[in-house]
Design a protein around this ligand. Sequence first.
Ligand SMILES: NC(=O)c1ccc[n+]([C@@H]2O[C@H](COP(=O)([O-])OP(=O)(O)OC[C@H]3O[C@@H](n4cnc5c(N)ncnc54)[C@H](OP(=O)(O)O)[C@@H]3O)[C@@H](O)[C@H]2O)c1
Length: 398
Amino acid sequence: MTHSELRKVTILGATGSVGRSTLSLIEENPDRFAVEALTANRDVEALAATAKKVRAKLAVVADPEAYGALKAALSGSGIEVAAGGEAVVEAAARPADLVMAAIVGAAGLRPTLAACQSGAVVAFANKECLVCAGPLMLAEIAKHGTRLLPVDSEHSAIFQVFDAGRPETVSRIILTASGGPFRTWPRARMAGVTPQQAVAHPIWSMGAKISVDSATMMNKGLEIIEAHFLFNMPEPQLHVVVHPQSVIHSLVEYRDGSTLAQLGTPDMRTPIAVALAWPTRMPVSAPPFDLAEIGQLTFEAADPVRFPALALARRALQTGGDAPTILNAANEAAVAGFLAGTIGFLDIERVVEGALDALSGTVPASIDDVVAVDGEARRFALDHIRLRLSRRSVSPAV
Ligand SMILES: NC(=O)c1ccc[n+]([C@@H]2O[C@H](COP(=O)([O-])OP(=O)(O)OC[C@H]3O[C@@H](n4cnc5c(N)ncnc54)[C@H](OP(=O)(O)O)[C@@H]3O)[C@@H](O)[C@H]2O)c1
């Protein structure tokens, strides 16, 4: 390929788990890709080192206080430097062929939206954006003719076997779930789960927030909402099956009785490669996929009693309006509280349920409305967390 034929890629969330996997594929394929911009929140060291390695044109930190450190780290490199939320949005909007949206949480909403409006193909990992602003994001995507390519392994699998030209032939989408680290644990034992146990996922190595979401199974709940928006499938046709080996990444059942699945080693580089190389494919260096060695694939129903987050997500999707925004924001605040050691593992779902009970009822008409609802839900969650803490300090036995 000549330089002009290289696919120009921007990575939002370049220092995270998905960002790093994306960069490793880009580094392995210098004849296919050129890096336009990289963004992070405040991990200056990793961002600067990577930007130099892949010769990015621009490096941006969201945290304005990290600007000086980034500028110093990249001085003399010829790489442009910027900082602040607006600078991340501008980086996302810069001309590129493909933008990898891999910021964690609703913090990625405005940058991901800017990427959707820029005309680039958007490789979409940042599921919280679609959960918190699905209808508005879809309207922008339709307006700008954006191609959204799912990166979540489940949605990439569905994308690969879903007959988008004939959606009426599909009867169900079946999302597989690993079940997380507490798949077999009784509720009573889950009450004492530590952050360290929750982030130790048995199969996938991921960022802390999504790891906790996998442990509560809120991740699968968010994925149901994500699948609803990506594939325009009503909630009753979106099913979940627990499949601990995570070899089948999801299935699409057709009305004629055929069920198509996508299989592979659980390695995020594969769904990322599907998006990076689309509409063709690119090789990914991985050990051979050997079903005989895997031996057995097992399946079980998700347990709604031990994992109520799934039902909370379904409730938010059925309610519609601002309910998914509230679900997502309260969950983000509660997960942060759990990771900081201020609330227990089972408090996460209590905070989310409390926020849904207390707040839902409006329909956001703009991204500003979404941001306002998101802020209100986070404040509610923080008050709830403070209340639980004060009760704990009054009565340490609770
Ligand atoms: N990890 C996976 O295997 C996986 C699989 C499927 C889907 N996803 C989805 O992909 C997204 C990223 O997940 P991850 O596991 O890669 O997360 P992660 O490892 O925690 O990385 C998050 C990235 O976002 C940046 N970031 C955090 N807060 C930010 C803010 N306020 N503004 C701008 N940038 C910010 C971080 O920068 P710093 O490093 O500077 O903090 C980092 O680059 C999530 O939506 C997740 O659900 C992940």
